[in-house]
Design a protein around this ligand. Structure first.
Ligand SMILES: NC(=O)c1ccc[n+]([C@@H]2O[C@H](COP(=O)([O-])OP(=O)(O)OC[C@H]3O[C@@H](n4cnc5c(N)ncnc54)[C@H](OP(=O)(O)O)[C@@H]3O)[C@@H](O)[C@H]2O)c1
Length: 286
């Protein structure tokens, strides 16, 4: 497949570059090459290249910053998507739009299904939901993939933050009252490729299998690293963060399973793979 990737320098973009390079032709757009807020730049950069799909991973992902800079969040996450969708439509390519568990309000007791009504409770979620609408309305064929709690190389993420704290001997304070499914960018990238090859459209939830709290996630990181430091339990309120987060944002993997015939690896196994990789990269750099 010939795939154009926006947000190529981000966590997912880097994973796509690494894990989907073989068997595909990738065109990688980082922010320096193409700011997706600029429709002319998007059109110009696409001149002379041909592609079957666009994975639109560029986004403003700092959830608390979206709260105070909502115009920028909308310009990036909604308008940027509109520009990329229009390019995909013009070229007859499938648009894959990455969306988020934060389109839900977290009041459901069980995992969210693709058809559950979205009701975001923060600015990031509202801007990403507006992006979903832009993707659906503006593209010919579109696939909206909602994911959650992404970790991997290429940007600030929860796993790296906990590893850094523990290695400095600091005790991490982590919330116990938000549930979700961690997702290794490698498994997400592979999931996107599978769905694209199947010609899937509509909405699909893709995360690693299983669920936990942020606290449970941190405990597993510490356990794998053999750290004896405790992980201190706190509530969302105690974090003092600007944006509220949903209490439950576990996404059901049923549709993905019925489409592909398989489930992504458990989050614990994916985390161990990533941590092993981090330590081998560190050894290589030493
Ligand atoms: N990370 C998560 O936990 C998570 C969870 C659910 C859904 N998602 C979605 O998954 C997708 C990929 O996320 P990710 O984890 O790879 O995020 P990421 O690491 O923040 O990557 C996003 C990339 O987009 C770039 N970008 C921002 N504004 C741009 C613009 N105007 N034009 C072009 N590029 C721009 C960023 O550049 P700068 O770094 O220079 O800003 C960054 O390289 C996003 O759509 C995100 O909303 C992520």
């Amino acid at each position: 497949m010939r795939i154009l990737v926006t947000g190529a320098e981000g966590i997912l973009g880097r994973a796509i570059r690494e894990w989907l390079a073989s068997g595909n032709t990738l065109y990688l757009w980082g922010r320096d090459e193409v700011d997706v807020r600029d429709p002319e730049r998007v059109a110009l950069a696409a001149k002379g290249i041909e592609f079957d799909a666009v994975i639109h991973a560029a986004a403003m992902t700092d959830v608390d910053r979206c709260e105070t800079e909502f115009d920028l969040a909308m310009a990036t996450n909604r308008d940027g998507t509109r520009h990329v969708a229009s390019l995909a439509k013009e070229r007859g390519a499938t648009l894959v739009y990455l969306s988020t568990d934060y389109v839900f309000d977290g009041t459901k007791e069980s995992p969210y299904l693709e058809e559950d009504p979205p009701h975001p409770i923060n600015a990031y979620g509202r801007s990403k939901l507006a992006g979903e609408e832009a993707a659906r309305g503006g593209a010919g064929r579109s696939l909206i993939v909602r994911t959650s709690w992404v970790f991997g190389e290429g940007g600030p993420n929860f796993v790296d933050a906990i590893v850094a704290k523990l290695s400095r001997g600091e005790i991490p304070e982590v919330v116990t009252d938000q549930r979700g499914s961690p997702t290794y960018a490698r498994d997400l990238a592979r999931g996107l490729e599978r769905l694209l090859r199947l010609g899937t459209d509509g909405i699909v939830h893709v995360t690693n299998s299983g669920e936990t709290t942020w606290h449970g996630f941190a405990v597993e990181i510490a356990r794998y690293l053999g750290s004896t430091l405790p992980i201190r339990e706190i509530t969302s309120e105690q974090t003092g963060r600007k944006a509220p987060r949903p209490r439950n944002s576990v996404l059901s993997g049923e549709r993905y399973r019925s489409l592909t015939g398989e489930s992504p690896p458990r989050w614990e196994a994916a985390l161990h793979d990533y941590l092993a990789r981090l330590s081998s990269l560190k050894r290589a750099a030493a």
